[in-house]
Write a protein of this length. Structure first.
Ligand code: MN
Ligand code: MN
Length: 311
């Protein structure tokens, strides 16, 4: 059985055909996959600008130009692994808590197969039900979290579940191994000068954006690998970790963010870790008429495929 492959630009023009991620077949039984790409079109957990419900569709649309071979790292994920787009979770857009349960149930069913989930969001709320499901198999995970925000609020407007709370819930529920968590790119304005301290009190390493300015993150990732290795690792990449100049299509932009190159260095720096799942969240294409944000997201997801175990 040959591996599912992206449809080439000489078989069907890249602007034609049904928009799956990277023009994959989109028809493979998850039982026959190593990696399941999943869309979660949810944005009712957002606190500011909505629109991430259109993230998966936007990413698929902009992913059509991404080719299968990584010319820098020489990785060939589609040769090494059986990867396909398995479609979207049928969230209930009228009910956030029901949607969270639906996402967990969807991943429970998917992960009954031996697959690594690679998720296109959706707002960051979705990482909580994904981790609830995934850790039933893996136990607590280490985390590489790229974001402008720590997403560790206790509540938002009194609610325990929202896109700014998932990592506090994940710690409370024992889904994370807090000594193996690194948050990269957090910045901007807060409510109090100790906003990031709860993370540090849990044992997280918090790398503020200013520590990343004007330099390669390859040396940082050596330290990150050291810290998060020794067990399963999840990679959660909020596109707003990058600067609005390269990723304006998002709900909660913050100035002074990471470059697209630094984003790639972070992902490439995860090679060798036991990556058990990853996501790219908070892409809201409506705020970016160029399509650049979804295009960047598609390529970052491709870079994630290149660092999965077995590639
Ligand atoms: Mn986030
Ligand atoms: Mn964010």
């Amino acid at each position: 059985m040959s591996n599912p492959q992206p449809l080439g630009g000489n078989a069907m023009p890249r602007f034609g055909g049904i928009a799956t991620f990277m023009r994959l077949p989109g028809t493979t039984d998850p039982a026959d996959l190593d990696v399941a790409i999943v869309g979660v079109p949810l944005d009712i957990g957002t606190s500011w600008r909505p629109g991430a419900r259109f993230g998966p569709r936007g990413i698929r649309s902009e992913s059509v130009m991404t080719r299968p071979y990584n010319m820098a790292t020489k990785d060939a994920p589609f040769d090494a692994l059986r990867i396909d787009d398995t479609g979207d979770v049928a969230i209930n857009t009228f009910n956030l808590l029901d949607s969270v349960d639906r996402i967990e149930a969807h991943y429970d069913e998917l992960l009954a197969n031996d697959v690594i989930p690679v998720t296109m969001g959706g707002d960051h709320t979705i990482v909580l039900p994904i981790l609830r499901s995934l850790t039933k198999k893996t136990g607590p995970v280490g985390l590489v979290h790229v974001d402008a925000h720590t997403d560790i609020n206790d509540t938002m407007f009194g609610e325990k579940i929202a896109h700014g709370t998932p990592f506090r819930r994940a710690v409370e529920e024992g889904l994370l191994d807090p000594d193996r968590v690194v948050q990269i790119g957090v910045r901007a304005t807060g409510y109090a000068d100790d906003d990031f301290e709860w993370s540090r009190e849990q044992g997280f390493r918090v790398v503020q954006a200013e520590e990343c300015w004007h330099k390669s993150l390859t040396p940082l990732m050596e330290e990150v690998r050291e810290q998060v290795s020794g067990g399963p690792v999840y990679l959660s990449f909020d596109i707003d970790g990058l600067d609005p100049s390269v990723a304006q299509g998002t709900g909660t932009p913050e100035i002074g963010g990471l470059t697209s190159i630094q984003g790639m260095e972070i992902i490439r720096g995860c090679k060798g870790l036991d990556v058990v799942g990853c996501d790219l969240v908070e892409v809201a294409p409506v705020y970016d008429t160029s399509g650049n944000t979804a295009h960047l997201a598609a390529n970052l997801l491709y870079e994630m495929l290149c660092v999965l175990p077995g590639v």
